[in-house]
Design a protein around this ligand. Structure first.
Ligand SMILES: *Cc1c(COP(=O)(O)O)cnc(C)c1O
Length: 227
């Protein structure tokens, strides 16, 4: 049995090795600790080990944890599917949303983001071919959704996110990440100033870093398997 602090430091080492392996500067990939289904005690352990960015998928669960952890220096990221009736809580209680895939949801988050908070950081979730989930905007619709988000000043467009279908083959793992990077480069070429590629999880973070990920979302390898 290893402690959470040991697992966290192993994940940080993997990221550092992956950065080095492809010649990227140390520290160019941020780590988001995905704490969905895990208790407040686990988040406190990760905090004590120096982790400050946490990702949650379920709004009700997240709100309860946020209440319990009020006063701790935590950056909260919402990474799950977004239902219309949950946008108000997401707009009020999170710093980032990675799973934006519809203009209607973007408009609600913009209208509901409290005026005293800075704009909500958002990534567009893209559905690349072969994904198991139906979530995500189609690649050909990314430009249009990005333009819509740029029209909502209470949102700050940061970049793109994807959740490819799992595969063990490292070359197969890289293909969707490469596609997401190309979409990101296309936005930049059109003058949209994005800086975040949210891609890579426990099983494929090396492939994602090799393709330019700037933020990996890791749950299992930090907190252990989910029940
Ligand atoms: C659960 C989840 C993760 C973490 O996945 P692991 O395989 O446990 O590292 C990352 N991103 C999203 C969107 C998730 O839902």
């Amino acid at each position: 049995m290893s402690t959470l602090a040991e697992r966290l430091s192993r994940v940080r080492e993997r990221i550092a090795r992956a950065e080095h392996a492809c010649g990227r500067p140390a520290g160019s990939v941020a780590l988001l600790a995905v704490s969905k289904t895990k208790p407040v005690s686990a988040i406190l352990e990760a905090l004590a080990a120096g982790q400050h960015a946490f990702g949650e998928n379920y709004v009700q669960d997240a709100l309860a944890k946020q209440d319990a952890l009020a006063g701790h220096p935590i950056e909260w990221h919402f990474i799950g599917p977004i239902q219309s009736n949950k946008t108000k809580a997401i707009a009020a209680r999170f710093d980032w949303v990675h799973s934006l895939d519809r203009e209607k949801i973007a408009r609600r988050l913009h209208e509901q983001r409290p005026g005293e908070l800075p704009p909500l950081n958002v990534c567009l979730q893209v559905n690349l071919s072969g994904e198991t989930s139906k979530a995500g905007v189609a690649p050909e619709a990314v430009e249009r959704l990005a333009a819509a988000v740029l029209g909502f000043p209470r949102l700050r467009l940061r970049g793109l996110m994807c959740i490819p279908a799992p595969t063990r083959d490292p070359e197969e793992q890289r293909r969707p990440f490469r596609r997401l990077r190309e979409l990101h480069e296309a936005l930049l070429a059109n003058g949209v100033s994005v800086d975040t590629l949210s891609m890579g999880m426990s099983a494929d973070l090396e492939a994602a870093v090799a393709e330019g990920s700037t933020l990996v979302r890791v749950g299992t390898d930090i907190f252990g398997p989910r029940g």
